[in-house]
Design a protein around this ligand. Structure first.
Ligand SMILES: [Zn+2]
Length: 120
C-alpha cells in the first residue's frame, strides 16, 4: 500500500501530519481534518495513523513517559517497514511486531535480514 503519511509532528491535542499530497492535516484520537474524513468518517491518513501506532501517541500525550516509548516504537516500526520494502521482503503486522521486539542498535543489516527471513 502506498504510504500516505510522509511525516508527522506532535501537537498538544493530536498530530499534524504531512500527507503524500503535500497537504498538512490534523489527526486526533477520532478524526482527521481532511475532506475524505468529513464525508466518510474514515480516510487513508487515519487508517495509516492507526496502523503505525500513532493514535497511541495521541492517547498518551498526557503521559510523557509513555509518550516517549510509544513514539520511539512508532518510528522504529516505520523504519522497519521502509527497510523491508526496500529489500523486497514481504511484510506482515506479525513480522513487523516480531522484528521491532528483536531489533537492537548492535544488529548488523545482514543479521536483521536473516531475522526477517526467519520470521517470515
Ligand atoms: Zn485524512
Amino acid at each position: 500500500m502506498k504510504q500516505k503519511i510522509i511525516n508527522y509532528k506532535i501537537v498538544q491535542d493530536g498530530l499534524i501530519i504531512l500527507s503524500d499530497s503535500g497537504n498538512e492535516y490534523k489527526i486526533t484520537k477520532n478524526s482527521c481534518s481532511c475532506k475524505g474524513f468529513g464525508f466518510k468518517r474514515h480516510c487513508s491518513h487515519f487508517d495509516e495513523a492507526l496502523k503505525l501506532g500513532l493514535l497511541e501517541i495521541i492517547e498518551n500525550i498526557q503521559n510523557p513517559n509513555q509518550l516517549t516509548s510509544n513514539h520511539i516504537k512508532a518510528s522504529r516500526i516505520n523504519a522497519i517497514k521502509q527497510f523491508l520494502s526496500k529489500q523486497n521482503i514481504p511484510q506482515s503486522d506479525k513480522l513487523i511486531e516480531f522484528l521491532e521486539s528483536k531489533l537492537t542498535t548492535k544488529m548488523t543489516m545482514k543479521e536483521f535480514i536473516n531475522l526477517a527471513e526467519w520470521g517470515n
